[in-house]
Design a protein around this ligand. Structure first.
Ligand code: SAH
Length: 214
């Protein structure tokens, strides 16, 4: 991998320990966090903090999610290798890279052109090949669905119906839904063509999911 070093690997091992101590138990998720060189996804002024378990600015008013949050959402997705995953909010591409390390096929949508352009240059260079889409994630990707899992990485004011309809039966939508200033991590599982089961998993803090593109 480009510009990865023993020092980075060491810091990554510590990050994996931290995330495990905070309660992540899925070994395939921990392995993926241990493989993705997060320092290559950071803005230059924050590179030295890459293996801290925190969110950081990535430009355009957006953030790279906290590794624990990425691990938590990924664990809730319950993905199998070769499954087809939709991500809403490509941002830095870090969550997409974690999913790709787990052997999934990733379709990722970003609504901010600046970030969409930037991530498309970076990811293939460091060996990650999701399919990139510029657009409004509220609509999902009807022509590419249904999906084995959908993960939304911005705080949604409500659960978009279009995303529920793009789940396969048995698949999950993992989405932080706004409640006051924070979001409740919510899992919507499609139990049949017409039935959905909803569960909540604690409070998190995300940048807002916005409408349209910019
Ligand atoms: N998954 C990213 C997290 C980025 S923050 C990572 O790992 O770095 C959330 C991202 O969601 C931002 O880039 C923001 O521009 C994007 N976003 C917000 N609303 C959106 C929408 N309606 N459709 C697609 N992307 C959206």
């Amino acid at each position: 991998m480009v510009h990865d070093s023993l020092r980075h690997k060491g810091m990554r091992r510590k990050l994996v320990e931290t995330v495990a101590e905070k309660g992540i138990t899925d070994q395939s998720v921990l392995d993926a966090i241990g493989k993705v060189p997060r320092h290559l996804f950071m803005e230059s002024s924050f590179v030295k903090f890459a293996y801290k378990d925190q969110a950081f600015p990535i430009g355009a008013g957006q953030t790279i999610s906290q590794p624990y949050t990425v691990a938590f959402q990924t664990q809730l997705l319950n993905v199998a290798p070769n499954s087809k995953i939709l991500e809403v909010g490509t941002g830095s591409g870090y969550q997409a890279a974690v999913l790709l390390e787990m052997g999934t096929q990733v379709f990722s949508i970003e609504r901010q052109r600046e970030l969409y352009v930037k991530v498309q240059q970076l990811l293939p260079k460091i060996g990650y090949h999701p399919r990139f889409f510029f657009g409004d994630g509220y609509k999902g990707l009807p022509t590419y669905g249904p999906f084995d899992g959908i993960v939304v990485t911005a705080g949604a004011p409500y659960i978009p119906e279009a995303l529920k309809q793009q789940l396969k039966v048995g698949a999950r939508l993992v989405i932080p839904v706004s409640k006051g200033e924070h979001q409740v991590m919510t899992v919507v599982e499609r139990v049949s063509e017409t039935e959905f089961d909803e569960k909540q998993y604690g409070m998190f803090s995300f940048v807002p999911m916005l409408k349209g593109t910019s």
